[in-house]
Design a protein around this ligand. Structure first.
Ligand code: 3H9
Length: 686
């Protein structure tokens, strides 16, 4: 039973119970329509409370149904039926009233909520717009300007703010059910408010649509839904209710079937699957209530800030007093930046900073639950750190390395109780970037691995389980990206044309701009280590740039030239000359933007397929999350693996075959050929 009805004197209580989040499945929609009919016919009922069991109010349409043809009763009709009920309905909201859930609440005569509730229309994040009157009723209730913010931004608002906007009629402290029944009892005899659908939209301030259009377009970049959502709110503010509803529904149905919506849905489910690797089902994580970071450089300071932002007390360890001061200054600089950008008030920054204790004394860590090492990428330095931690920390304290390229198994050699050791690979800046690669060693205990995932949740990060290999998931693919970018410039493309093509594809910056920003020296250092292992990394131009100390922006030149104090990349004659020398004897050709994107993205997919086959990643979707949250791959493309599947793996194999025949990429791996034959990467899983 998804809906049950109870009577409390003259108030009926309709309880929705459709775990996990009371999504509006077909069965629930039908049950709501039936409930309206039953209560309309019950003369003893004077008002109705609509409340939900479990952790939340209705969190929206059932996203699982989006790939299939819509089944009646359709949600706009359900909302209209509630709005037209003979008894006033009161939506009693806890948790989140999102998307279709908020639209159902807008059909009710009143909305009450607990102060911790949130309300919003997040549809644009799924590549769609509200499809059951959200864009049409909201401007009629709270005015067009506030509606534009809620609908085009997709971020929910807290109940208090919602009350200020007129979206919530009353806040209920304490027991929601009892409070809502009392509210319903109060309003039962009073005149019912005019249905929102019959209200007129308050006047629009001059220039609203033009200003909003510019702001929304700038933020959405190439995502389609936000501007279409704006158009729908505008139509709703200018047209009558029925034609605005028709416009909204048409847009909703069109976008629901779009490639962007499919990609964003894929990411939605990927983000929910990644935090739960099957091996951890039923495992209780080790508790983390305090943390320490070893190393106060950019990475360590960012990790310390991320831990503080999640409310954990942090000890920041450096090797001497001066280094401690520098480390604390790095953390302070992060908070100063957040205050300057109005992200947090000064008082919050001060409170967070006060929770970071700087020290050069490991003895302070005797009772710390989690220690994250973020020192120089040198195995001996790291082993020395863990040797000291092994002596001082409790045997059950979780010890983590933030290494990006070293082997965590090797780092953990000599650690006492190695089952408490794992890799936690943050991405820089660590207090901002959402991705956290979680890397168990051969010895990591399940409850320690689970602690890594629980920590990610606490920090608001997207955790992805990664196996051990050079570069784990993300940086291993990055190496291929860089090598491909070099192959392109050695065969007729320029750094500027490659970067422009990748920006046109949807990345925030191209591979050469990114290298100049991060510094070419780090990758050179890794290539040196790889060569020492007998590998042959391909970077003839980058090697020469490093040989003349063109390390990027920090040395006023890398792949591009830079003027002092100006980060704008300028094509470099010196680099062009080096490229010409290295390209001598290689065939040259013209490159179109789309061909450049293929030559970068599809080899990434090839490497990612190997990663999947080797079980370094558990799922293709996890690799998508790594690229989206760690490397700026456009979310609306769903990540490289979704992109490849949507394009057709047979077509991907064909392009890679052509590129490899010309010496411009590795040939497609066997796994990719098999996945292409089977029609998807799921053939490689398990
Ligand atoms: C919409 O409403 C369109 C309408 O305008 C028009 C209609 C005509 N459907 O996030 P969690 C599952 S569009 C199906 O870990 P939390 C989720 O996959 C929709 N399933 O929990 C997971 O399943 P499992 C607009 C859904 O407590 C489980 O619930 N609404 C849906 O951290 C727990 O999820 C949204 O976009 C769904 N809509 O957070 C809201 N939502 O356990 C999206 C969740 O099997 N949802 N699941 O892996 C959320 O933001 C969060 O889930 C919420 C709870 C805040 C509610």
């Amino acid at each position: 039973m998804t809906v049950t009805i109870a009577r409390e004197d003259t108030v009926a209580v309709v309880t929705v119970d459709n775990p996990p989040v009371n999504a509006l499945s077909q069965a629930l929609r039908q049950a709501l329509v039936d409930a309206v009919a039953e209560l309309d016919a019950d003369a003893a009922v004077r008002a109705v409370v609509l409340i939900c069991a479990g952790r939340t109010f209705i969190a929206g349409a059932d996203v699982n149904e989006f790939g299939k043809p819509p089944q009646p009763p359709h949600l706009p009709d359900v909302v209209a039926r509630i709005e037209g009920a003979r008894k006033p309905w009161v939506a009693a909201i806890h948790g989140s009233a999102l998307g279709g859930g908020l639209e159902v609440a807008l059909g009710c005569a009143y909305r009450v909520a607990v102060p911790s509730a949130s309300l919003g229309l997040p549809e644009v994040r799924l590549g769609i717009i509200p499809g059951a009157g959200g864009t049409v009723r909201l401007p009629r209730l709270i005015g067009p300007a506030a509606a534009v913010d809620l609908v085009t931004g997709g971020s929910p608002v807290g109940a208090r703010k919602a009350e200020g906007l007129g979206l919530v009629d009353a806040l209920i402290d304490g027991d929601l059910r009892a409070g809502a029944i009392a509210f319903a009892g109060d309003i039962a005899g009073k005149p019912v408010p005019q249905p929102i659908s019959e209200r007129v939209v308050p006047p629009v301030e001059a220039g609203l649509w033009e200003t909003a259009e510019k702001a929304v377009a700038a933020k959405a970049k190439r995502e389609v839904a936000p501007l279409r959502a704006l158009a729908s709110v505008r139509r709703a503010s200018e047209a009558d209710f029925a034609s605005a509803m028709a416009f909204e529904r048409e847009t909703f149905l069109e976008l629901r079937g779009s490639a962007q919506a499919a990609a964003l849905r894929h990411v939605f489910f990927a983000e929910r699957a990644a935090p739960r690797p099957p091996e951890l089902a039923g495992i209780t994580p080790r508790a983390i209530r305090s943390a320490a970071v070893i190393g106060g450089g950019t990475m360590g300071a960012g990790i310390a800030a991320a831990l503080r932002d999640a409310g954990l007390p942090v000890v920041l360890i450096e090797r001497d007093k001066d280094a401690v001061e520098r480390g604390l200054a790095n953390v302070r600089a992060i908070y100063d930046g957040s205050v300057k950008r109005n992200r947090i008030p000064q008082a919050v920054a001060d409170e967070r900073m006060a929770g970071v204790v700087g020290a050069d004394d490991y003895d302070l860590l005797a009772d710390t639950d989690l220690v994250i090492e973020a020192v120089f990428e040198d195995i001996d330095v790291k082993r020395a750190v863990f040797a000291r931690l092994s002596e001082i920390c409790r045997p059950d304290a979780v010890l983590a390395t933030n290494t990006s390229y070293l082997d965590p198994n090797a780092i953990s050699e000599g650690v006492r109780h190695p089952e408490r050791f794992l890799g936690l690979h943050f991405f820089s800046p660590a207090h901002v970037m959402k991705l956290l690669e979680i890397v168990p060693t051969d010895a990591t205990a399940p409850e320690v691995l689970a602690a890594g995932f629980a920590l990610a949740r606490q920090l608001g990060k997207i955790p992805v389980r990664a196996g051990i290999c050079d570069g784990f998931i993300g940086n291993r693919i990055l190496k291929v990206t860089r090598a491909q970018a070099e192959r392109l410039v050695l065969s007729g493309a320029t750094p500027a044309s490659v970067d422009a093509a990748m920006r046109a594809f949807g990345l925030p910056m191209g591979p050469f701009e990114a290298q100049d920003l991060g510094g070419l020296d780090i990758a050179a250092f890794q290539r040196k280590a790889a060569r020492a292992r007998g590998e042959t990394p391909f970077a003839p131009v980058a090697d020469r740039l490093c040989a003349i100390e063109r390390f990027g922006q920090k040395s006023a030149g890398g792949w591009y030239d830079y003027q002092p104090g100006d980060r704008t990349p300028k094509p470099s004659d010196a680099v062009a000359a080096i490229i010409a020398e290295e390209a001598a004897g290689r065939p040259q050709r013209r490159w179109e933007e789309a061909e450049i994107a293929d030559a970068i993205v599809l080899p990434m997919v090839n490497e990612a397929t190997r990663i999947l086959e080797e079980r370094v990643a558990l799922r293709a979707a996890d690799i998508d999350l790594v690229k989206i949250h760690g490397y700026g791959f456009p979310r609306w493309r769903g990540g490289p693996m979704h992109y490849a599947e949507a394009r057709g793996l047979a077509a991907v194999v064909a392009v890679l075959d052509r590129l490899s025949a010309d010496g411009l990429a590795e040939p497609p791996c066997e796994g990719l050929r098999r996945a292409a034959e089977a029609g998807g990467f799921s053939a490689l899983a398990g």
